[in-house]
Structure formats: structure tokens, C-alpha cells
Ligand binder design. Structure first.
Ligand code: SAM
Length: 295
């Protein structure tokens, strides 16, 4: 049974030994930075709150370091790895766990709903990952926007990205990513992780962020995609007033008069900047535009 095995790969010497034995060199193009710090691994598993009934999808298991920890806690783990050179290594490092399946595929192409049906009778999965940084945002936003059956994501990301995800109005890091993430989930920064916890060392700092998906969205809005168009337009031209940003935005076709009317209906000054508006404010603004449209 998977639960009785002791994870051993958190030990840097073991990781180096496995990589040498297989002649494996980390691939930059796949964002390969392997975790070599037991303390960080324990923190991630603890932050993810994995229990023995959980079905966990791990994105990018690498050589299986975190997978060993996950297999020791969860009922079932499915690890999706794009690099086929890693599959024989995973065969060895995870060979003694009977609750882990490895899928050799690109996570962006995997049907999460199908996995959840197959492994968890349709009940939501938990995602845990030390993400490849070159596609962090497409992975996270893809899962959120496609309403993938996922209850929480505990992910290692670049430190700046974690800060942007949890930033609030009026702060330097606040932007379209903050609003998009916070519409779907509650972010919580669980740990900062320095480069020396990885092999090879990344050039940037990292952080573990937990995103607990909302059962009910924090705001209701009549036209979700219009609200996100407004948000993107507002932060694409950050130094402009919101009114100017919206006027010049591709994909939106409001007249200056309509923009000023919608802002006034919401009680915002015409000179307001997008970075001061909350998610609730953007939802109200979007609804004001919807109501101005001729029916
Ligand atoms: N989980 C391992 C660890 O913590 O040591 C490795 C993490 S490493 C930062 C990212 C992993 O994601 C690599 O194994 C890489 O090959 C894999 N990966 C990169 N792009 C991927 C994709 N599109 N789909 C699935 N896995 C991917």
C-alpha cells in the first residue's frame, strides 16, 4: 500500500544520484527545477491539507519527489508529466506506490473532468504542483475559467506572481491577474521559498500559494466576459484614467459619453483609475454598461 512507503527523494543526495544514474539533465524549456528541501515539501503537503479520502492531481511530477509525499497522504494521485524522458525515472521512484498513476501528457490538453470522473466519481480533485513557471498563468487561469472540477490548488509559483494573485486595490501588484484569481478563488500565501531549495536553482524567488475555489462567487455580474474585458482594458493601459483605457480598448466599443455615464451611475469620478477599483466595483461598472445597452 502506498501509504506505508517513506518518501526519500527530498534528500538532495538522492535526487542527484537518481539524475546521474539516468544521465538526466534538467530541461529549461519545460521549466524543470526539482525540489530538494524536505522542509518545503512538508510545508506544501501541510498547506494543501491532503487527507486519506482525497484525489490529487499533480502537475509536473519531475522525478517524483513531491509525488512520494502526496502518495503517502492521499487516496489516489494522478501525476501529469509532459517530458517523456522522465517516465522511466518515475517508474522507478513511484514503483512501490499502488495509489499513483502517471500520465505522460501536456496538462493544458488533459481533460480534468474525465480524470475526476474516472478516479473520484466526479467529486472535485485537489491540485498540487511545483509549477513550470513558463506556463503558470495559462495553467491556473485555464483550470479556473474552464470551471474544472477542482476544490483547491496548492502551487509553487514565482514569488511576484503569488504577490499579484493576492494583491488588493491600490497596491503596486494589483492587476488583472489579482481580480481574475480572486473572482474564482480565495488566495493564501503559505510560504516563501528561496532558490537554494531547487536543483537547478531558479533565477527568481518562489512562493507557495493556496487557492481555495469559491463555492459561490464573491460577486454576481450580468455579463462575466464583459467584466473581464473591462478589467483587462483598465490594466493594459495602467497609467491612463479608466475612461481613456476603456475608450482605446480593442474589443470594447463604448462611446466617451456612455463611459462617463456608466462611471457616474456607479458614483465614480470620471478621472478614476482602474487600479483603485475592487472586484465589486468592476462588477457594478460592467452591469451599468449592460443596462445602458439598447435592449
Ligand atoms: N514536481 C517536481 C519537483 O517539485 O521536483 C518538478 C517540478 S518542475 C518546476 C516542473 C515540472 O513540470 C517538470 O517536471 C516539467 O517537465 C513539467 N512540465 C512542464 N510543462 C508541463 C506541461 N505542459 N504539462 C505537464 N507537465 C509539465
Amino acid at each position: 500500500m502506498g501509504r506505508t512507503n517513506e518518501p526519500y527523494l527530498g534528500d538532495p543526495a538522492k535526487t542527484i544520484e537518481v539524475l546521474h544514474r539516468y544521465g538526466f539533465a534538467a530541461q529549461k524549456k519545460y521549466g524543470q527545477n526539482f525540489l530538494i528541501d524536505r522542509h518545503v515539501l512538508d510545508k506544501i503537503i501541510h498547506a494543501a491539507g491532503i487527507g486519506d479520502q482525497d484525489f490529487v492531481i499533480e502537475i509536473g511530477p519531475g522525478i517524483g519527489t513531491m509525488t512520494q509525499y502526496l502518495a503517502g497522504r492521499a487516496r489516489q494521485v494522478c501525476a501529469v508529466e509532459i517530458d517523456r524522458e522522465l517516465i522511466p525515472i518515475l517508474g522507478e521512484t513511484l514503483g512501490s506506490y499502488d495509489n499513483v498513476d502517471v500520465i505522460n501528457d501536456d496538462i493544458l490538453k488533459v481533460d480534468i473532468r474525465e480524470l475526476v470522473e474516472r478516479y473520484n466519481q466526479g467529486r472535485p480533485a485537489k491540485i498540487v504542483a511545483n509549477l513550470p513557471y513558463y506556463i503558470t498563468t495559462p495553467i491556473i487561469m485555464g483550470l479556473l475559467e474552464n470551471h474544472a472540477p477542482v476544490s483547491a490548488m496548492t502551487v509553487m509559483v514565482q514569488k511576484e506572481v503569488a504577490q499579484r494573485m493576492q494583491a488588493g486595490p491600490g497596491t503596486r501588484d494589483y492587476g488583472a491577474l489579482s481580480l481574475a484569481v480572486q473572482y474564482y478563488a480565495r488566495p493564501y500565501l503559505a510560504a516563501n521559498v528561496p532558490p537554494n531549495c531547487f536543483l537547478p536553482r531558479p533565477k527568481v524567488g518562489s512562493a507557495v500559494i493556496c487557492l481555495t475555489c469559491h463555492d459561490n462567487k464573491p460577486v454576481t455580474v450580468k455579463d462575466e466576459s464583459q467584466m473581464f474585458c473591462l478589467i483587462r482594458a483598465s490594466f493594459n493601459q495602467r497609467r491612463k484614467t479608466l475612461a481613456n483605457g476603456l475608450k482605446n480598448a480593442s474589443g470594447l466599443s463604448f462611446s466617451r459619453e456612455q463611459i462617463e455615464q456608466a462611471l457616474t451611475i456607479c458614483g465614480f469620478p470620471v478621472s478614476v483609475r482602474g487600479e483603485t477599483l475592487s472586484l465589486t466595483d468592476f462588477a457594478r461598472l460592467s452591469d451599468a454598461f449592460t443596462d445602458l445597452r439598447p435592449s
